[in-house]
Design a binder for this molecule. Structure first.
Ligand code: COA
Length: 338
């Protein structure tokens, strides 16, 4: 009997129109185009205007993924959405997206695993399909960072790195006949180490205090903005991402060199160059978008996937490795035949 697997049937993405250059950031903080490019490779990022929310960006990306898949929202049986910048604390942003797509009734799950959010979401969706529970799942990563960053000099180490955007894939069940050629997700590998939770986090609102979750004092102390130990994050990302790529290769008994394309999380060009070097992979096999979009957290991988398709770099039949690292710390990988 053919094994039940999931495959990517359609991919879509969306970034807001407004482009913010490194130069523009200098009006709010003491920074420079040279510093940002040298440290991160980032040249521009996109920011939303007005009341645009995370689920608004997710909606546009989802419509595009549905169109690419040639199906309607009514054909979906689940939504799994990764974000660290939800529309509201609760309910989950997947619920808002579900309502905007006009498909009440289907399951809607939020995943809170930051930069590894899309990989966690993809893995969850893959398990639901493998088990026979679901047939068509919308998997989304979406973020609006521009509304929750300190864009003064005090917050410059973080705020220059992040951008807004969304990416979505339609994951569909299939009966695997030839594992060597049929498009499908081969495996996913997820990890976390909560001992490093405070190396990259946003403290407020919080319940780990006496009294209300958010106070004027917390806001004065800027605890409602993210804080990061950049060097520690860099160090761990450069170690964990290659590790997770090797894990996926070993699980599928392939060599790293057999992978056609690497779609890494887009935090920093220097991290990805370091990871490629450690893996012995030529930079030409790594598709980077961080230069244009900055770090869009849970959105980077599906956004990069869509850009790679549009650029003609990601083609049917390719063996593709996804890998990410982020706050938590969380990290992981996925190997798929596109
Ligand atoms: N513009 C100008 N100067 C800045 C700056 C900015 N945007 N941000 C920080 N600086 C300053 C620092 O204040 C520091 O000044 P000092 O030496 O006078 O104290 C100096 O630049 C060097 O800072 P440092 O932290 O040593 O730089 P770095 O080489 O470690 O690069 C990061 C900083 C944040 C770019 C880097 O650590 C990084 O990319 N880390 C990973 C972050 C990440 O990817 N996070 C998301 C993970 S999912």
């Amino acid at each position: 009997m053919a094994a039940r697997r999931s495959r990517i049937r359609g991919v879509g993405s969306h970034v807001p129109e407004r482009v913010v250059t490194n130069e523009e950031l200098t009006q709010w903080m003491d920074t420079s185009d040279e510093w940002i490019r040298q440290r991160s490779g980032i040249e521009t990022r996109h920011w939303v205007d007005g009341a645009t929310s995370t689920s608004d960006l997710a909606l546009e990306a989802s419509h595009r993924a549905l169109r690419a898949a040639g199906i309607e929202a009514g054909d979906l049986d689940m939504i799994v959405l990764g974000t660290l910048s939800p529309d509201h604390d609760f309910p989950g942003t997947a619920c808002y997206l579900q309502a905007k797509l006009g498909v009440p009734g289907i399951a809607a799950i939020d995943v809170r695993q930051q930069c590894t959010g899309f990989l966690y979401a993809l893995s969850i969706a893959d398990q639901f399909i493998r088990s026979g529970h679901s047939q068509r799942i919308l998997v989304v990563g979406a973020e609006v960072h521009s509304k929750s960053m300190d864009i003064s000099t005090e917050g410059r180490d973080i705020s220059v790195l992040f951008g807004d955007g969304a990416g979505a894939v339609i994951l569909e069940g299939c009966d695997l006949r030839d594992p060597a050629t049929d498009p499908h997700i081969l495996s996913t590998h997820l990890h976390a180490d909560g001992n490093f939770a405070e190396a990259l986090c946003m403290k407020a609102p919080q319940t780990a205090v006496e009294g209300p979750r958010i106070t004027h004092e917390m806001i004065d102390a800027k605890e409602h903005y993210p804080q990061m130990n950049g060097k520690l994050v860099f160090l761990h990302a450069s170690k964990r991402m290659p590790e997770s790529v090797h894990e996926a290769c070993e699980a599928n008994e392939i060599e790293v060199g057999e992978v056609d394309l690497f779609l890494f999380h887009q935090a920093n060009l220097r991290i990805n160059q370091q990871v490629a070097k450690q893996l012995g992979v030529d930079d030409s096999k790594v598709f980077n978008t961080v230069q244009r979009f900055g770090n869009t957290t849970a959105a980077t991988i599906p956004l990069g996937m869509h850009e790679a398709i549009k650029a003609g770099v990601l083609k049917p039949g390719m063996l593709v490795m996804l890998s990410a690292f982020g706050s938590g710390f969380t990290w992981g990988s996925a190997l798929l035949r596109y």
